[in-house]
Design a protein around this ligand. Structure first.
Ligand code: ATP
Ligand code: MN
Length: 267
């Protein structure tokens, strides 16, 4: 029997069904029997060979590290990141503003249905990642979606160490500001491409949702990203710009004014 090895989480063999438990599960604990079943299915269908380390445990989601058998047997397994969205009620209040105006008119959509809601976010993240990845913005490539569990390419080194978030990066060179400036320009370009080509505003962009890998900023966490025609998309864009400019200014970069940045991205 294959096992899920996740720190501090007892594994339940696949096929083991406990209907009562799964029905009342998923408030705070993310690895409810239902989620475990989905992870086991991923293993049993060969999408991943192993789910082991925890990359991140957060308010809205946990991210796990997994291995997937590579296509040809001679090369090593490839690393994957598996994001499991939480169905906790606390998260939903915050998210409401992104969803309003988009899913309001969706047939059969019930706002109070947490499970349906997280499934929707997972789907949204998958769609948005596809869009930004396909235009060449450095970002994880979505690989697999099953309900509230999203598998994507792992951003990190070949030994399975995840890339740092921008907030944790420290340049040790002679001229760190020059390095930061170059990262800043990349981020501005990606924001512009994201809007102009993908028709998306990230809506939670900051040094927390950008990873630094292979000398490039990688954009992650796009489940709340909104279409350019969302009623509040430009408010969200202004927020993103402020976060980005504030962060790079703190690194010593001579940043554009928020207004010039807005014009650069939107025109
Ligand atoms: P929360 O805010 O509750 O922590 P979140 O919705 O912000 O969750 P993400 O930002 O998508 O979730 O991921 C959380 C963390 O997991 C990231 O900050 C990053 O460190 C790591 N991570 C996410 N995706 C990947 C990936 N594809 N490769 C490597 N690390 C990743
Ligand atoms: Mn995040």
């Amino acid at each position: 029997m294959k096992k899920l090895k996740i720190e501090g989480v007892e594994s339940i063999p696949s096929g083991h069904r406990d209907k009562d438990k799964s029905d009342r599960a998923t408030t705070e604990q993310v690895l409810d029997p239902n989620t475990r079943r989905i992870l086991f299915k991923m293993i049993n269908s060969g999408i991943v060979s192993e789910v082991n380390g925890t990359i991140s445990t957060g308010k809205e989601a946990n991210v796990y590290h997994g291995l997937a058998a590579s296509e040809d047997d001679s090369s090593p397994d490839v690393h994957v990141a598996i994001k499991v969205y939480k169905t906790s009620i606390l998260v939903f209040k915050d998210r409401e503003k992104y969803v309003t105006g988009e899913f309001r008119f969706r047939k059969g959509f019930n706002k109070s249905d947490n499970r349906a809601m997280v499934k929707l976010w997972a789907e949204k993240e998958m769609r948005n990642l596809k869009r930004i990845h396909s235009v060449g913005i450095p970002s994880p490539e979505p690989l697999y979606l099953r309900r509230h569990v999203l598998g994507m390419t792992f951003i990190g080194d070949s030994r399975g160490k995840a890339a740092p978030r921008l907030k944790d990066v420290e340049f040790m060179d002679e001229n760190p500001v020059a390095r930061w400036r170059s990262v800043y320009l990349d981020v501005l370009a990606y924001m512009r491409i994201m809007l102009q080509q993908c028709k998306l505003v990230h809506a939670d962009l900051s040094e927390y949702n950008i990873l630094f890998h292979k000398n490039k900023p990688f954009i992650i966490d796009v489940s709340q990203s909104v279409e350019g025609d969302h009623p509040r998309s430009l408010d969200f864009l202004r927020m993103d710009i402020k976060n980005v400019n504030d962060f790079f200014r703190r690194q010593g970069v001579l940043v554009l004014s928020d207004r010039s940045t807005f014009n650069f991205i939107t025109r």
